[in-house]
Design a protein around this ligand. Structure first.
Ligand SMILES: [Zn+2]
Length: 173
């Protein structure tokens, strides 16, 4: 499978969302959240290690697509632009809970998350894709390793997602 073609397609879709272009498909681009979530939760139940695969898919898209739409320079500006894209792409409403520059830690909140909003309490976090998306986007823009762990999630009975972001050493590429 050609991953670049896939990334190009996602980029085109994001462009259309930003420019409010009508979708090509006469039925529209949207599917019911519950169907999407059922597929996501179904995939997660197929075995251990799936979480890391889904995280890496999000990371790839963050690195190769989402980061291209962010112009901000400071961490605050980057997160503000990132929140705009996530809203346009209907992934969720991102808020900054806390930035601890000294410790290189950020706490982010994602409300109305596409992967877990209104999902049943299945006793576990569900938003590995979104965690990966945050990681990949910030890694590309900050040129530093970024590890993201979801600490709250509707999937375990919380009202929204919360992500712990740890910014690590510089990446040279
Ligand atoms: Zn979640």
């Amino acid at each position: 499978m050609n991953k670049n073609l896939l990334m190009k397609k996602i980029g085109e879709n994001i462009d259309n969302l930003i420019q409010n272009n009508p979708p090509k498909r006469s039925l529209g681009d949207l599917i019911p959240l519950s169907i999407f979530q059922a597929v996501r939760i179904g995939i997660l139940t197929t075995g251990c290690g799936i979480e890391a695969i889904i995280y890496n898919i999000g990371k790839d898209i963050g690195k190769n697509v989402i980061s291209n739409y962010i112009n901000g320079n400071s961490l605050n500006e980057i997160l503000k632009d990132f929140a705009e894209i996530l809203k346009k792409a209907k992934i969720g409403k991102l808020e900054i809970e806390k930035i601890n520059e000294k410790e290189n830690e950020i706490i982010l909140i994602l409300k109305e998350c596409v992967s877990c909003y209104n999902a049943p309490n299945v006793g576990t976090t569900l938003c590995h894709f979104e965690a990966g998306l945050i990681s990949g986007t910030l890694e590309k823009l900050l040129k530093r390793k970024v590890k993201v762990i979801e600490t709250k999630c509707c999937g375990k009975g919380d009202e929204y997602c919360e992500f712990y972001v740890k910014i690590g050493e510089k990446i040279y590429w």
